[in-house]
Write a protein that binds this ligand. Structure first.
Ligand code: NAD
Length: 468
């Protein structure tokens, strides 16, 4: 297991204080990781700038070949990477394997994209060519819920567009990202992709560095706002993928069986620790009883435990802070009249385990409904009029995603047009595509990732006017 920084292609021990990485399934220390010093962050940026001089002119074919080799190595080392993800993050081994597979497929997809050059024909024989040029050094800061996948989402668009990139993973889950950057460094020149380790202050030192041209950040709204405020003096390009409080709206004509399966899979994906998970459920009164009954059955059937055990279907919450927060939200909801529909279960003595909880008899105005829980608990709210529920679902500072569950697709699309969110799903929730732009409205984000639009945010436009 690697625990070092990788700067300029070299594995180097951090020079500042170390921090412990904890296995959330049993609270044991997996690794002590030495944090980077401010000087080492500076070294990473300096050597990335140096590497950029050659990498910005690398051929498209060479990038494709490097991506193919990296994806092949990831697939060959899938078991080791998946075990690291489960060990540090807590998710089930099956879900960790999915994370690795999805990362490799994402790289394949990006590899196949072409960076367009637009040609504008002007009168009198003048031609203008509009190129998408690389920016320079990209800083990537990632969270602890999908550590490997989100690092892929940040690093590969940067490399594809011929930028150099430095990642700072979450201090809770650095190990699988170190492994990823180690693999990348087998196939790209020194300095093109580095990793620095540490807590928030290292993220801040990296993202506010004057020689960083762009920041791509996934995490909390509070940290995103701080990064944006620190990017003003150097006018950095900043893309922020932040928190959400996605509503799911189940209409009277929904297919109850399919809807229950889909809602559980989204709301409790990764024990609910997914930015675009379904976080507030509004159910039409005519299907409320049938749907909640089915959801409770699915929740009660989960096998809770250490995700490394292949029989387990539901792992722990990733860290103590989140464990305390989610338990406090449940206790507050219950104190205000919320009714826990799911059975209470005996949980392991150690580890941050919370059984999936469905909570009825709640409304807006309590924290569980108004705030992002980011954990395994879902408030369920009955409604009877679509107009009214649309207003309630939009009445939030967040705007990441939302979903409509109905067998009438035309009606669902009409309702989708009224939702104030960057993504709307119909009869699913949380599934993302590398081909479609993804970004939050309101306090859920700035800019977008994925698709050609997201990729081109890693570039500057350059218009070359050619007169004969
Ligand atoms: P966080 O903001 O606390 O931490 C994210 C990362 O930022 C970590 O690497 C952390 O060390 C770093 N960091 C902390 N302070 C910093 C600073 N001042 N400057 C620079 N970097 C700093 O978020 P988290 O708790 O790790 O993640 C959970 C949050 O992320 C949730 O709100 C969730 O909704 C959100 N999230 C959003 C998406 C999305 O795509 N929209 C995806 C996953 C998670």
């Amino acid at each position: 297991m690697h625990t070092d920084l990788i700067i300029n292609g070299q594995q180097i021990q951090g020079q500042a204080l170390s921090f412990a990485v904890i296995n959330p399934a049993n609270e044991s220390v997996i690794a002590e990781v030495a944090s980077a010093s401010a000087g080492q962050v500076n070294d990473a940026v300096r050597t990335a700038l140096q590497a950029f001089k050659a990498w910005k002119n690398v051929s498209d074919d060479a990038v494709k070949q490097a991506f193919a080799k990296i994806a092949a190595d990831i697939r060959a080392e899938k078991d080791e990477i998946a075990q690291l993800i489960t060990l540090e993050q807590g998710k089930t081994i099956g879900m960790a394997q999915f994370e690795v597979d999805a990362g490799a497929s994402w790289i394949d997809y990006l590899s196949g994209l072409d960076i367009p050059v637009e040609t504008i024909q002007e009168p009198k024989g003048k031609t203008i060519k509009v190129y998408n040029r690389p920016l320079g050094v990209v800083a990537s800061v990632t969270p602890w819920n999908w550590p490997f996948m989100i690092a892929v989402w940040h690093i590969f668009p940067a490399l594809k567009t011929k930028n150099c990139v430095i990642n700072k993973p979450s201090e809770y889950t650095p190990l699988s990202t170190i492994k990823l950057v180690e693999i990348i460094n087998r196939h790209v020149p020194a300095g093109v992709c580095s990793i620095v380790l540490g807590k928030g202050e290292i993220g801040q030192a990296l993202t506010e560095h004057a020689d960083v041209a762009k920041v791509t950040f996934t995490g909390s709204t509070r940290t995103g706002q701080s990064i944006l405020s620190h990017s003003v003096s150097s006018l950095k390009s900043v893309v922020l993928e932040l928190g959400g409080n996605d509503a799911g709206i189940v209409l009277a004509d929904a297919d109850v069986e399919r809807t229950a399966q889909g809602i559980f899979a989204s709301a409790f994906l990764n024990a609910g620790q997914t930015c675009a998970a379904l976080k507030r459920l509004y159910v039409h009164e005519s299907v409320y009883e049938a749907l909640t009954e089915k959801l409770v059955q699915i929740a009660n059937a989960q096998v809770i435990g250490d995700g490394a055990n292949p029989e387990v279907t539901f792992g722990p919450v990733q860290n103590k802070m989140q464990y305390d927060k989610v338990n406090a939200l449940i206790a507050d909801a219950v104190a205000r009249g919320g009714q826990v529909l799911t059975a209470s279960k005996a949980l392991p003595d150690h580890g941050y385990f919370i059984a999936p909880a469905l909570i009825a008899n709640v409304q807006e105005g309590i924290a569980l409904v108004d705030e992002e829980q980011f954990g395994p608990v879902l408030p369920i709210i009955k409604f009877n009029a679509v107009d009214e529920v649309l207003e309630r679902s939009n009445n939030t500072q967040f705007g990441l995603g939302g979903s409509i569950w109905s067998t009438d697709l035309a009606k669902a699309e009409q309702i989708a047009s009224q939702m104030e969110t960057g993504t709307v799903w119909i009869n699913s929730h949380s599934d993302l595509s590398p081909a479609a732009p993804f970004g939050g409205w309101k306090l859920s984000g700035l800019g977008y990732s994925f698709g050609l639009e997201g990729l081109l945010l890693f570039t500057h436009k350059q218009a070359v006017h050619i007169s004969g």
